[in-house]
Design a protein around this ligand. Sequence first.
Ligand code: NZQ
Ligand code: ZN
Length: 387
Amino acid sequence: MRNFEYWNPTRLFFGRGETDRVGQECRKYGERVLLAYGGGSIKKTGLYDRIVRRLQEAGCSVTELSGIQPNPRLSKVREGVEICRREKVEVVLAVGGGSVIDTAKIVAAGVCYDGDPWDFFTGKSVPERKLPLGTVLTLAATGSEMNRNAVITNDETQEKLVVKNPVLFPDFSILDPENTFTVPKDHTVYGIVDMMAHVFEQYFHPVPETPLQDRLAESIMKTIIEYTPRVLENPKDYDARATIMWCGTLALNHLIEAGLTGDWATHRMELELSGVYDIPHGAGLAILFPQWMEYVLPLIPKKFAQFAERVWDIPRGNRSDEDLGKAGIERTRQWFREIGAPTRLREVGIGEERLEEMAERVAKRGPIGSVKVLTKEDILTIYRRSL
Ligand code: NZQ
Ligand code: ZN
């Protein structure tokens, strides 16, 4: 196990009815609130009215940043920063999924920075402060509600990049599973793939002797596998939605990565796909992950054998680690198909055309992967095998 520092300052309020605290929690940080949300699902579900009412009852005034798209854009971030400055906003409140929360994070940090917020993504600058930030999560997926990451797409260059900085932890997040009852089946599935992929990124790594981290990761994976059919069959099953929601948060709040170095190459390869082709992040991950797994299997066969045995309950028989690992990977691909995720690039309309250009861009941005540092050729091979 490696040395580590673990710090997570986000205060969570989890459970039925917790949404109603939103006014009083925001008011602790200020009076003038920016309410950030997406394309309108919160208006259809009634959540918008409930939140505005609670904010007003707590004495807050509300300004809005609406229309944040999935794979959120830099232009929307810039618009948000301008609104905050003009309206002298004191608190940012994100109500939505990862796209809304990530936009709100960079708006909150961008207000406290004189330059362009894209500087945080190119490494020209680092966020040093942000406005207080609260979130009301409506889709279980990214873990953004309790982590220090944000992912934004530059509309002009189609670059989709991540910034990771402790300044970006939300100050508080409200996780009320009932707010996820209305997530449609496709986005429920993409969210589930995403959280599973986050665990994969931190489970398959080269650091020896991380037994507790392994068991924590395995328990999240097994729980996701067990509860996925329940949320798909009955989207209003409270305990199933609550369990999946908590899995999504724990999958990427830095806990299971303590003491090891996650791989994250598949995420880097996927962000290029969803940046250029605007596909859902979870769809790209379901396609790429089994291919990456097969590519690196010979480097850590024991870990893949452990995955097959402990997560998928595949009996070893007289198989080698590598053969057993292969069976685990095949089972993973089959599970993605069973729950309705794509497993081929062609299924989401991506062909050979830009694969080389994308592999080049990903490789150029610096070393990717801890199990294996992938070269441009490696990335291109994985993309091509995913076609
Ligand atoms: O925009 P609205 O109308 O609200 O509809 C959204 C959107 O169309 C809908 N939705 C959300 N909650 C709903 C709902 N529809 C009905 N009822 C509800 N309760 O779902 C659609 C997708 O929303 P989005 O926020 O895009 O999904 P997700 O949470 O999966 O976020 C994906 C984004 O996060 C990034 C991804 O790359 C992608 O850009 N990621 C962020 C990470 C982070 N900050 O840590 C890590 C991840 O690896 C990921 O890269
Ligand atoms: Zn992800």
